[in-house]
Design a protein around this ligand. Structure first.
Ligand code: HAM
Length: 426
């Protein structure tokens, strides 16, 4: 019978990789909580309409990438392609706008997009997502960006990443800019790639994001969105930059950074790396004043970002040599036979409750096999109990590196293992 394989673009995270995921999640929680963010968890699927309205009908995500299906009652549902729209829905539905502003929330979990899979791009992927709601001050933008960089700093990745910053202005001035852009691109339409020709008709701003060299040459000479900012948006952008300067945070202003979701206004940013090839964005975000209102809520502004966890894990794996570490047991308890197993079961439990990582054999394998297993698991110690030791109420405690061994009363085993493991950790 042929075995069933996983779906294209979807991966398993095996134990050897999971340690890195935990490091990423721990760094995220510690950093975000230091800035006063609280965790929120929202469902993996929502009404399709939420994403269509929130992200924008003309975006690639809504047009081509959503996993949409009718449930058994005929309602159209969609696996979330991102978290922001869901978080805004929850903010409105639970009246979170009454909380002290800014309301600061974060979430983490899987997202789903039907994209062409390649290294660093998957159909189920994971994000850390952070949002600050209800505060229009530009210092929030700078603080959110600082927090993102502190998160990368906590993982030792700061040196390998660059911050790209832009302002895409307010909706009114952006409309005027898009007309200018179309007027500039139209005469060169034939030189654009097929995708950009389509974008020119549907979502012209996205042409700026194209990586095809022929398009790049044209894009380089296109009018800059930064020249069209309203006085308010211009002041906002200046202030964000000044606040980043005040914190000593370097950035590159990139007027081509337009992002793929329609809800953004003013500040947009991405964190990029040179180490992952084409999938170079490890995080992206921006301000989205107007989205909450668009979804039927208050006129509260918002700003946030999402980090692609797979890409961060890839970077960690390349970098510090710590990647892929398994957690080793601190001791293997080896009973030789069933009577010894009965005696060691409560000892193993007591040791685990005392916080030790303990492996227990089941008394069915011969000693050499058990020792081989202990070595393969990377355990530094084995405590062996055969009939002889059982009779004497003792165990043989063996250092698996040096081969040295001594006998120790079973009644004192847990205590001894604790002090040996504590000494090793020092
Ligand atoms: P986004 O730029 O679409 O923004 O995604 C953020 C990050 O998620 C990307 O920079 C990338 O690291 C990762 N990512 C996106 N698609 C994939 C994929 N197919 N495979 C692997 N990683 C991927 C958003 O999603 C916005 N909701 C961010 C935001 C929050 N803006 C304001 N608040």
């Amino acid at each position: 019978m042929p075995s069933i394989k996983s779906v294209r673009g979807v991966r398993d995270i095996l134990p050897a990789e999971a340690e890195r995921w935990q490091r990423v999640e721990d760094a995220a929680r510690r950093t975000f909580e230091a800035y006063g963010y609280e965790e929120i968890r929202v469902p993996l699927f929502e009404r399709t309409e939420l994403f269509a309205r929130g992200i924008g009908d003309e975006t690639d995500i809504v047009k081509k990438e959503m996993y949409t299906f009718d449930d058994r009652s005929g309602e159209s549902l969609t696996l979330r392609p991102e978290a922001t729209a869901s978080l805004m829905r929850a903010y409105i539905e639970h009246g979170l706008h009454v909380l002290p502003k800014p309301v600061k929330i974060y979430t983490m979990g899987p997202m789903f997009r039907y994209e062409r899979p390649q290294a660093g791009r998957y159909r189920q992927f994971h994000q850390l997502d952070v949002e600050a709601l209800g505060e229009p001050h530009p210092a929030v933008d700078a603080e959110v960006i600082a927090m993102l960089l502190d998160f990368f700093g906590a993982l030792g990745l700061a040196e390998r990443l660059d911050l790209h910053l832009n302002s895409i202005g307010d909706p009114g001035t952006r409309k005027a800019y898009v007309s200018d852009l179309v007027r500039y691109l139209k005469p060169h339409e034939a030189q654009l790639c097929a995708q950009c020709r389509e974008r020119l008709a549907r979502n012209p701003l996205r042409v700026l994001d194209c990586k095809v060299p022929e398009c790049q040459a044209l894009i380089d000479k296109a009018p800059s969105i930064l020249d069209t900012l309203s006085p308010d948006a211009g002041r906002h952008f200046l202030s964000v930059k000044a606040d980043l300067d005040a914190m000593g945070i370097p950035y590159t202003v990139n007027p081509r950074l337009v992002r793929g979701l329609d809800y953004y206004v003013r500040t947009t940013f991405e964190v990029k790396t040179k180490d992952l090839g084409a999938q170079d964005a490890v995080a992206g975000g921006g301000r989205y004043d107007g989205l909450i209102e668009e979804l039927g809520g208050s006129a509260d502004p918002g700003i946030g970002f999402a980090v692609g966890i797979e890409r961060v894990v890839l970077l960690l794996g390349q970098g510090d040599g710590q990647g892929g570490e398994r957690r080793h047991p601190q001791v293997c308890l080896i009973p030789l036979g069933d009577a010894a197993l009965k005696r060691l079961l409560p000892v193993a439990r007591a040791a685990r409750r005392a916080g030790l990582r303990v492996e227990l054999g089941y008394g069915t394998r011969k000693l050499p096999k058990e020792l081989e297993r202990a070595n393969r698991l990377g355990s530094p110690l084995a405590a062996i109990v055969g009939d002889d030791e059982l009779g004497a109420g003792e165990a043989v405690l063996r250092d698996l590196k040096s081969g040295e061994q001594r006998r120790i009363p079973l009644a004192r085993l847990v205590e001894e293992l604790r002090s040996l493991s504590a000494a090793r950790a020092r």
